[in-house]
Design a protein around this ligand. Structure first.
Ligand code: NAD
Length: 499
């Protein structure tokens, strides 16, 4: 850890930092028309950070009108890709130069360790915006091989007004996965951050404006799912909803699109990903360390968390002992202390949900090998110990449902076929991993696992160049990589008769 980071008094900064509170519509910060606000509570210590604008149906309408006008008059959509690239590169630079402020807001808002906000979240968000900016003036369209009598051009156009609805676990990263490709492609965006984590989204709107993004092209609406998110997803002048969040809410997005204008709906939803360790795993220490970070990084609040550890029977005790040893050293700490690696859960509700799953695991007969309780109650914040369950069977709730907290379910299997069957036996299909020395088995299992991302001898390998997203009820469409442009563009065929 750099000494600069260690020397910052984050508590002192937290006392002074300006809390962004207003919506950002048509290039200005404004209150909700109704004057409604909600309390933004820090899970670090349970204190109220500020009263944030709670946008209602009429605010959504104002933002969509502004975004539509900006799109239709071409102030952004008709700029050359090279010009858009310049603005977005400046936007990424401004995110980087405000990294300490943004990291502090992220940590105060969701309770993740300041070191992670500063080292992971904010740089990844900036890199994402910059990557799509860099890409957009390097994409070519197509001419179809129709023969000499015609010219059939296949071109991509921005889709129009994009409604982006995002969750709280990686607030700025999730927002930037939408903003990067949507803005680079020339769309206008109305972004609704989670009511649990509105701060960085509100703050970066001003940075986008400073970078040269024209008024109306990016609007940010803090507020609750219902009414703000619902009104956005039902709005007849929104062309596309790019959603990240739970599967339950994702299904609502499909209904809203059906009830309104059949807008495009792209869903990045939940997961219950299997991390499968075969007896011939090449390195059990590495597998154990990856298994621990797959479930404990970001307090387990990760859609792609390796929340089910599937171990071949003969190595169960050896592997589990190694994972337990790592987990027992991981105590939740003060998120504002740079030495902390495990922070708070996002709020009281999420903590109770996680504790409820721990109770249900016990009741169904699984065995808690470490953790299993709330901790740091004296802080007023919301902390849960890293928890590992053993003796879990595939029909238990903790083996089937997404917990979204630091709770690992360990199951065993006899052979590869059973591992794949168990791995696929949930409604989700986001990620999966296989640890084996046998390259043929690895490929066969990777093909059989119904997941958008399969890791072999690693977990959560990550790069902006590769698609992220799931099969089954983990969603549709992909964030990241050039494939993300598919979500934010319409394909047009223009046929010119040359005969
Ligand atoms: P959530 O579904 O409760 O909320 C997500 C967003 O939807 C929030 O902005 C919320 O305000 C909004 N919303 C809620 N109800 C709505 C409604 N009726 N209409 C419109 N908008 C509504 O999810 P969450 O608790 O914020 O996030 C956790 C979930 O996100 C987990 O299931 C996790 O797996 C998933 N997630 C998925 C990915 C991925 O890439 N697949 C990434 C991160 C998180």
């Amino acid at each position: 850890m750099s000494s600069k980071l260690l020397n910052i008094d984050w508590h002192a900064r937290a006392r002074d930092v300006a809390i962004p509170r207003q919506a950002f519509i048509d290039g200005s910060y404004v209150d909700a028309l109704s004057g409604a606000t909600f309390d933004c509570i820090s899970p670090v210590d349970g204190r109220v950070l500020g009263a944030v604008a709670s946008c209602q149906v009429e605010d959504v309408d104002r933002a969509v009108v502004s975004a539509r006008k900006a799109f239709d008059d071409g102030r952004w959509s008709q700029q050359s890709p090279a010009a858009r690239k310049k603005v977005l590169m400046r936007f990424a630079d401004l995110i980087r130069s405000h990294a300490e402020e943004l990291a502090l807001l992220e940590t105060l808002d969701v309770g993740k360790p300041i070191t992670h906000s500063l080292r992971v979240d904010i740089p990844a968000a900036a890199r994402c915006i910059a990557w799509y900016a860099e890409a957009v003036d390097k994409l070519y369209d197509e001419i179809a091989p129709t023969g000499p009598g015609a010219l059939a051009m296949i071109t991509r156009e921005p889709i129009g007004v994009v409604g982006a609805i995002v969750p709280w676990n990686f607030p700025l990263i999730m927002a930037s996965w939408k903003l990067g490709p949507a803005l680079a492609a020339g769309n206008s965006v109305v972004l609704k951050p989670s009511e649990k984590s509105p701060l960085t989204a509100i703050r970066v709107a001003a940075l986008a404006l400073e970078a040269g993004l024209p008024d109306g092209v990016l609007n940010v609406l803090p507020g609750f799912g219902d009414p703000a998110g619902k009104a956005l997803a039902l709005h007849a002048d929104v062309d596309c909803i790019a959603f990240t969040g739970s599967t339950v809410t994702g299904k609502r997005m499909l209904e809203y699109a059906g009830q309104s204008n059949m807008k495009r709906v792209w869903l990045e939803c939940g997961g219950k990903s299997p991390n499968i360790v075969m007896a011939d795993c090449p390195d059990l220490d590495r597998a154990a360390s990856a298994a621990a970070s797959a479930i404990f990084f970001n307090q387990g609040e990760m859609c792609s968390a390796g929340s089910r550890l599937l171990v071949q029977e003969s190595i169960r005790d050896e592997l589990l002992d190694k994972v337990l040893a790592i987990a027992r050293k991981l105590e939740p700490g003060d998120p504002l202390d740079p030495a902390t690696t495990l922070g708070a859960l996002v709020d009281d509700l999420q903590m109770r949900r996680v504790l409820g799953y721990i109770d249900s695991g016990r009741l169904e007969g699984a065995v808690v090998r470490t953790g299993g309780a709330q901790t740091r109650q004296e802080t007023g914040g919301f902390y849960v110990q890293p928890t590992i369950f053993d003796r879990v069977s595939g029909n238990m709730k903790i083996a089937r449902e997404e917990i979204f907290g630091p709770v690992l379910a360990t199951l065993t299997f006899k052979d590869a076929a059973e591992a794949v069957r168990l791995g696929n036996d949930v409604i989700y299909g986001l990620a999966a991993a296989v640890w084996t020395r046998d390259i043929t088995a690895a490929h066969r299992m990777a093909r059989s696992l119904r997941a958008g991302m399969v890791y072999v001898n690693c977990y959560d390998a990550d790069d902006i160049t590769v698609p992220f997203g799931g099969f089954k009820q983990s969603g549709s469409g992909r964030d990241k990589s050039l494939h993300a442009f598919d979500k934010y563009t319409e394909l047009k065929t223009t046929w010119v008769d040359l005969s």
